[in-house]
Design a protein around this ligand. Structure first.
Ligand code: GLA
Length: 382
């Protein structure tokens, strides 16, 4: 049964009628442009064909009631009186209500059932998907205008201010604005974006190391701070404003660690723009080379990779008949790598990488061949 059918059926069982709407929002994988979003730089993610679905109808009593088919605790609260708690996924629902109200929107209550197939904690942005699906739910029942950049910013505010995770804008932007068949080059300063088709004959394979880490971890915040220090040293608002020549001319005055962090961000920004050009010119080999370089930079300069991520990338890049390139993706320290491969070889590639990784680590990885999908949308409106 599809997720759409599951949430519909569960809605009918619980509420005794068909839902008026079904909304969904996808997870994402970042092809390139890692740890550049909070430096006002460029990212090149795609929305994946794994999503969170919500079947819902409005309610007249100003309450929200959302049951998840994946998690036990329901989200149940009144829109006129709710407070922050520590109830895991429920906080994303309340947090979205809060940011939308703070933005001046008048909200209608609703009841719904949700279910998803984005692995949680794998670095595929299940939380951004939940934020955007809930935003879509509120926007649909409350008849709000849907502006993708605004909704993405509100999702990020929910994460930063309500949930307490200091993330950048990439995950919410791509979950809001993804497009089937395409990756999206996002300028994280202006929030302008540009659709970039995947090169013909290629497939994107996500390689999940089966190791996890929470984002609320100090390492992410420490990297952000090092980037801010480097930007201050160069006298600019963000590292986005430093090009490689300026870096090479002045970097000697930075302490060695901050210098490495800055070098990653500055070179990664350029690689991301180069990757877009390679995609537009249908040059998967060049794109793959940039992915490999990105991994080396994240491993050596930014130091956010891990033994397992390095191992799975090494297993992937060894398969030279299928592979164009591979790198760790997302915040790092665990989670997934992403590989660009020849599409007709994708399945065999995944099996070979899984066997190689398992033999080396004893861990059973998950392999997902992914297709670029649409951002948050309303798929049924009765
Ligand atoms: C996490 C954050 C993003 C981004 C990446 C690293 O996914 O949520 O905003 O900073 O890490 O590129």
């Amino acid at each position: 049964m599809s997720l759409q059918e599951r949430v519909t059926q569960a809605y009918i069982e619980r509420f005794g009628e068909r839902p008026l709407y079904i909304v969904r929002a996808p997870g994402r994988v970042n092809l390139i442009g890692e740890h550049t979003d909070y430096n006002d730089g460029f990212v090149l993610p795609m929305a994946i064909d794994r999503s969170i679905y919500i079947a819902l109808s409005p309610r007249a009593d100003n309450r929200v009631e959302l049951h998840s088919l994946d998690l036990d605790t329901p989200a149940e609260f009144s829109l006129s009186a709710f407070e922050k708690g520590d109830e895991g996924w429920v906080e994303y629902v309340k947090g979205m209500a809060w940011v939308l109200q703070e933005a001046g929107f008048e909200l209608t209550g609703w009841q719904g059932i949700s279910a998803g197939d984005i692995p949680v904690g794998a670095g595929l942005s299940s939380s951004a998907a939940l934020e955007l699906a809930v935003a879509r739910a509120f926007a649909t029942v409350s008849d709000l205008p849907w502006d993708t950049a605004q909704m993405a910013l509100l999702g990020q505010k929910c994460e930063n201010k309500w949930v307490g995770v200091n993330c950048g804008i990439m995950d919410q932007m791509i979950s809001a604005a993804g497009k089937e068949g395409h990756a999206l080059l996002i300028d994280c300063r202006s929030l302008e974006s540009c659709l970039v088709p995947l090169p013909k004959g290629t497939a994107v394979v996500i390689l999940d190391t089966a190791t996890r880490r929470g984002l609320v971890d100090s390492a992410y915040n420490e990297r952000r701070q090092q980037c801010e220090e480097a930007a201050a040293y160069f006298g600019v608002p963000a590292l986005r404003d430093v090009d490689i020549d300026t870096f090479n001319a002045k970097a000697d005055g930075l302490d060695p660690l901050t210098r490495k962090r800055a070098r990653h961000v500055i070179t990664e920004n350029q690689r991301t723009l180069d990757a877009m050009a390679a995609m537009l010119q249908e040059e998967p080999r060049e794109l793959g080379r940039l992915l490999n370089e990105s991994h080396a930079s994240l491993r050596n300069d930014f130091e956010v990779s891990s033994k397992e991520l390095n191992q799975i990338v090494e297993c992937a890049t060894r398969r030279d008949t299928a592979i164009f390139g591979a790198r760790m993706t997302g915040a790092g320290f665990g989670g997934c790598a992403v590989a660009l491969v020849r599409d007709y070889n994708a399945k065999a590639f995944g099996n070979a990488v899984a066997a190689c990784y398992q033999a080396a680590t004893g861990l059973q990885p998950n392999i997902y061949i992914c297709y670029p999908s649409d951002g948050a949308n309303v798929i049924v409106s009765n």
